[in-house]
Ligand binder design. Structure first.
Ligand SMILES: [Zn+2]
Length: 295
């Protein structure tokens, strides 16, 4: 190697090491998209969105509840349901081990949180998938909780809001996961037949059997900017077709252009937008809306 190249290489490595030292954990974060180093508080105060490039970082189920619902209004339901390993599945590691790891690292029992609360004063059924728990995938418990949410919202005549970030149906539960697609879709349809609104919010990423069931059945489908939205991932499609996919394929912007979602809403406008839509769509026969109108 010529001396000048060696020197350049060494200078670059020294600079990289210095950059690493300059980013202590817990104070600064490096944006995975634009590469800028950002004060973590600035990200937190900006709805977990990069202030430099607008990248929407992932959120936990709890953070979604805090961000979308009125303070202190949320009450979780069906919290006694635990996932099982009905097939005794062993993939790259035993499913039971994946479940235990996910439970330990997230402090959650499953990928889904369901319950009831208020958005801008409107009472709603609310469900959210947390990507940190086995990629927000839908197994028996996730499907059952989503189905029960729609059933309860139908009997109470309430709108439903879901926020999805998911890799799809959970392969470790095999056909039992696939059955959840039909089950959740049927309960969404019952809710729909009752004339009640359902708003589905798609976050990055929304793929597979979750997109192919309840997440794509909203009366209004909202996407966060630049989310990956599609059935099979781009790598699988490229391998199957043996073709390079166009730039921007399967992004929120691309699926909006093709009519698959109704609007793209940045996270800082999400609560306002959903509140406005629910106020406009909710049947005025529900108690809380009658109350609001009389006042
Ligand atoms: Zn950024």
């Amino acid at each position: 190697m010529p001396f000048t190249d060696w020197l350049k290489n060494r200078t670059q490595k020294t600079q990289e090491a210095a950059n690493k030292r300059a980013v202590p954990d817990g104070i600064w974060s490096k944006c995975t998209i634009c590469g800028k180093t950002i004060f973590q508080k600035d990200i937190l105060n900006n709805f977990h969105v990069c202030p430099e490039c607008g990248h929407h970082f992932g959120l936990s189920g709890h953070e979604r509840v805090m961000m979308l619902l009125d303070d202190g209004s949320f009450s979780a339901t069906e919290e006694d349901l635990w996932p099982k390993d009905p097939l005794g599945f062993i993939g790259s590691k035993p499913y039971r081990q994946s479940l235990n790891n996910a439970i330990e690292t997230t402090g959650r029992r499953e990928a889904v949180t369901t319950g009831f609360g208020r958005i801008k004063g409107n009472k709603v059924g609310f469900g959210v998938l947390d990507f940190r728990f086995i990629a927000g995938s839908m197994g028996s418990v996730v499907g059952e909780k989503i189905a029960r949410l729609f059933e309860a919202a139908t009997s109470e005549r309430l709108p439903v809001i879901t926020v999805v970030s998911s890799g799809g149906a959970r392969m470790q539960e095999g056909v039992l996961s696939l059955m959840q697609m039909a089950k959740t879709a049927a309960t969404v349809e019952q809710h729909n037949q009752a004339g009640l609104p359902y708003i589905s919010i798609l976050a990055n990423p929304t793929t597979g059997g979750v997109l192919a069931s309840f997440a794509s059945l909203g009366d209004i489908i909202i996407a966060e900017p630049k989310a990956l939205i599609g059935f099979a991932g781009p790598r699988v499609i490229e391998q199957t077709l043996d073709e390079k996919l166009p730039k921007g394929f399967q992004t929120s912007e691309s699926v909006l252009n093709h009519g698959m979602v109704d609007m793209i809403v940045p996270r800082d406008e999400l609560r306002e937008t959903v509140g406005r839509l629910i106020s406009g769509l909710s049947p005025v026969s529900s108690d809380q809306n009658l109350g609001d109108q009389v006042v």
